[in-house]
Design a binder for this molecule. Sequence first.
Ligand code: DGJ
Length: 731
Amino acid sequence: MKLKSLFVSAAIAASMPMMAWNGSVLISTPNTSMLLHADEGSDLRFAYYGERIDESEIHQIHDAWDGLNQAAYPAFGEKVHELTALQVVHADGNMSLELTVQGVETHDAGDAVETVITLADDVYPFTVDLHYRAYKDVDVIESWATYKHNEKKDVVLQRFDSFQMPIRQGDVWISHLYGSWAAETSVATEPLQPGIKVISNIDGSRNGHLSHPDVMISLDGKPQENQGRVYGAVLCWSGNFKLRFQTEYRNVHKFFIGMNDEASEYRLAKGEVFETPKVALTYTAKGLSGASRNYHRWARKHGMVYGSDKPHDVLLNSWEGVYFDVFEPKMDEMMRDFAAIGGEMFVMDDGWFGTKYKRNNDKGALGDWIVDTTKLPNGIQGLVNTADKYGLKFGIWVEPEATNVESVLYEKHPDWALNVKGRNQHYGRGGGQMLLDLCNPKVQDFIYNMVDTLLTNYPGIAYIKWDANVELKNYGSSYLPAYKQSHIYIDYHRGLVNVLERIRAKHPDVVIQACGGGGGRVSYGVMPYFDEFWVSDNTDALQRIFIQWGTSYFYPANAMAQHVSASPNHQTGRVVPLKFRFDVAMSGRLGMEMQPGSMTDAEREYAKKTIGEYKEILRPIVQQGNLYRLVSPYDDKGYASLMYTNDDASRAIVFAYKMKHFNNMLVPRLRLDGLDASKTYEFRELSVPVGENPSHLNGKRIKGAILMNTGFEIPLDREYSSRVYELVAID
Ligand code: DGJ
């Protein structure tokens, strides 16, 4: 194919009107470029995604590989024998689409440059806009599609992926997250093999327990943390999703990502616009950790709009300390004890509400958001005042999207719960929990008003933990008409976003945590509205190393809520030292979830000192810094290690955890990353237990090059021993 000389660089084009188009479309971030080929009247071709190139190199990309043969957004009808990103049934029953390029438009979108490529069918009035938003300050390109038509009746959308990309075959591996409640975000690493690999979710309400719509694609064989070329893709959607990798006897894998089409046919009315969720793509040659750093930076700057650059408070959550027994004197005691060791915020978890039906267990009262004065005689304001007395901020738990059979809300509005006409309800947690029908605007208003009233009546509430403990079990909406019942999976989440947008517009400064019965809501779909995630209900420090490792592939440290809990641990029964529990929790947003009063005097003294170090020394670097995962817990080397640097690498925090211990076992030296090779760093050991001495490294001065090339022996001499060092460049 003869290459046209006309091209557009999204990085430089300021503003151009929609125009007929022939040639290459170059979309660039500071260090990456994506290249598409768009000839007016022809189908759109995907040519390249990788290191940044400039316009003069476009022809070299084409010369090096005939990428022009690859469809950028295949639709059913053009190629019926291949997987496609889009499939529709037209108003007249015809199932074909043949999309060709109509025009390309590029405009400045503030912190990004947005390119829109318009495709249309030349027989049916059906149009697809493909959007590419390339950030100017971080290596992320967001891509999504919008559809509209002008046919006489509804067009049925049967498949609606956000993005498709051909990936040159070779030794290509994928890394993705899977798990279950209390064992979330295990890392699965596997080579792409012939056939179709599908990663999907059908929970309906949360999409982070069993699998995640987030993937790393390593192009140079088995994934490595700090080297090798990697693509990342995360779907910004809180509902069901589907990722597909097709591998056949040809030179590319085909990668599709979008909302799950399962039971989700969508009827699109004439003139209505259907927008797919955004996919955030990244590319790096610096391994998995490099891709993670790109996502963390993007999330902090552009993804988590609210409170991303504020330091996140050290908080005590009441759940594992008292569970449902949130009686006022106990709350007072916990606040007093937490304030005494330097805590900043107290969060009262489940159990505080319910009048006719009590919330003494998980069987009732969801939806009845009225304080239980038998537990809390002075109400919420009484608790806010107590927190204030101790110099703490106050936070509260809610689960707005759910109700119980035993609730006044359900008695009044049984039709507000999702339900299948003519069938018995299926219940979740506690044997009586159901999801409300967020497709219904009245339900959306109820949830918005409940949260708004709480925050308006009690301006002292600084934090909300927004929980979601039940999957979508009853696939039926009393609100949606019969012919739109298949919209439930999609409209539920659009309803949720509508509520969250309104809450955030009115209450931008409240910190809100997304919790989904543990890590079920760790998702870029809700991130614009939440400041952090509850990563897992499993607070066992050893298992948390794995859970947090996986979560950090895509999500930044300031969004990862990590709590020190009691020993023996309530979920696993494991007994580990308080220091180990702190050292694991301090690698993200530190909190506690236990009775602080149950610690010994020495432990309390240690906790106070360490919380002080976290606030002053660790927090700025961990919560805003650059993550380098160093020794993986999955590699079974006896220990795991990770570190953070600040932007000019003048300071770093290094964490190391002994996970298995046998006498004289051989463990590898720890080699750091991300430092300035030419600088000398001084070690300072933090989190040292009262009465113990720091290790021999304390005060040592070693050059960055030595720390990164040769490494050093890490003193971990017992099972569950751990070390935290601050490194400061001294020259
Ligand atoms: C599930 C959450 O993950 C826990 O942290 C706690 O908030 C409980 N729900 C309360 O019911």
